[in-house]
Design a protein around this ligand. Structure first.
Ligand code: NAD
Ligand code: MG
Length: 380
């Protein structure tokens, strides 16, 4: 029986992870669940999955569920609670399903314990890829990507050597504004930006898909996961989201991994790798799909994608700067404080203003994140 820790169990990835685990209750048990504030859903999850540790980051919702907990279930709160749970709970696989920079600290603790990390929280690798890889090498922790593109590449690489890779081809749906003019970004509403054509996801990643910053973060994520330079990572727009990504080898052969846009499959693979378990998920019917299209991305229209490529080229803490700036810009857009079209402008200003530091030390990363957030909160 493998024990599972889910960091961010009430979000889109967290709920889908529990949907996968429900099918394999003879193979997996849940040992810890953590959430930001949704204590009502957490309580339902506790009653069904019986974890030994739960963390509710916010105090008030934590107090609400205190007296409803089954005996033997320990409740913690705050960021410290997330870290304590990652250090003290018993588990084999840590599912990183928290959104944003806040996922870094607890994930690092799981890595230091040498656990398998089923990683959806791409921000952890974007901001701290170098130091995270160093911790993995020291502890023997293995990151198995959950992000569908990286899971696809990981699956294509089974039985292959990285030296025989010519390039990685990350596919991108293009998001809700693929066929809109850049001039329409000025008045794009929150509801329009959240309305992803193929995937149902949390709000932050949905906005990232609309700006294509999501693909930019994924280029950086791929760099740290597979150890390839920027010029060997290509982005191709594929609006159907059936091919989740591809690997082109030095003999010109291209392998692709395909499936319906449903995160349950990459989540399950990260839990069962190197095995595959039979399931009853909906199957891909190619004649129903009919056409698969591919286009070059428009970097002039999707400036965030360009900024992410730039940040990876600059190196040092530049990816941490664009990540923090993006998190604040997206939050401000969701709060209707800034226009959609301002998101890349705010990130660009931060990349210009925040001093580039080449140290990959973890404390430097936390300082850089804090400084960038403060700067972008005050920009008009
Ligand atoms: P979400 O917003 O739906 O869920 C986030 C979860 O984290 C929730 O359980 C929430 O309670 C918790 N959380 C959020 N902020 C927190 C904080 N500061 N402290 C403690 N807990 C906090 O997000 P999501 O869409 O599930 O995405 C999670 C991660 O997975 C992101 O990094 C995203 O980029 C990545 N990802 C998501 C998808 C998807 O289909 N949703 C696909 C690929 C990758
Ligand atoms: Mg993805």
């Amino acid at each position: 029986m493998k024990k599972i820790f889910i960091l961010g169990s009430t979000g889109s990835i967290g709920v889908n992870t529990l949907n996968v685990l429900r099918n394999f209750s003879d193979k997996f048990a849940v040992s810890a669940l953590t959430v930001n504030s949704n204590s009502d859903l957490l309580l339902k999850q506790i009653n069904e999955f019986n974890p030994k540790f739960v963390v509710v980051k916010e105090e008030e919702p934590a107090n609400k569920i205190k007296e409803h907990l089954p005996s033997g279930c320990r409740l913690l709160t705050g960021n410290d609670g997330l870290i304590t749970a990652a250090i003290e709970a018993e588990y084999d696989i840590f599912v990183g399903a928290l959104v944003g920079f806040a996922g870094l600290a607890p994930t690092v603790e799981a890595i230091k314990r040498g656990k398998r990390i089923a990683l959806a929280n791409k921000e952890t690798l974007v901001v701290a890829g170098e130091v995270v890889n160093k911790y993995c090498a020291e502890s023997g922790a293995q990151i198995i990507p959950v992000d569908s593109e990286h899971s696809a590449i990981f699956q294509c690489m089974v039985g292959e050597g990285i030296n025989e890779v010519e390039k990685l081809i990350l596919t991108a749906s293009g998001g809700p504004f693929l066929n809109k003019d850049k001039s329409s970004f000025e008045n794009a509403t929150v509801d329009e930006a959240l309305n992803h054509p193929n995937w149902e996801m949390g709000n932050k990643i949905s906005i990232d898909s609309a700006t294509m910053m999501n693909k930019g973060l994924e280029v950086i994520e791929a760099h740290w996961l597979f150890g390839l330079p920027t010029d060997k990572i290509e982005v191709v727009v594929h609006p159907q989201s059936i091919i989740h990504s591809m690997v082109q080898f030095i003999d010109g052969s291209i392998k692709a991994q395909m499936g319906l846009p449903d995160m349950k499959l990459p989540i399950q693979y990260a839990l069962t790798y190197p095995e595959r378990f039979e399931n009853d998920f909906e199957r891909t019917n190619l004649p129903d799909i009919g056409t698969l299209e591919f286009f070059e991305p428009n970097l002039n229209k999707f400036e965030c994608l360009k900024l992410a490529f730039d940040a990876l080229e600059i190196g040092g803490n530049a990816p941490c700067v664009i990540n923090a700036a993006n998190e604040i810009a997206v939050e401000r857009f969701l709060n209707r404080e800034i226009k959609f079209s301002r998101i890349p402008a705010l990130i660009g200003s931060a990349l210009e203003k925040i001093e580039n530091n080449k140290s990959s030390d973890i404390d430097t990363i936390f300082d850089c994140d804090r400084e960038t957030r403060k700067f972008v909160k005050n920009l008009n």
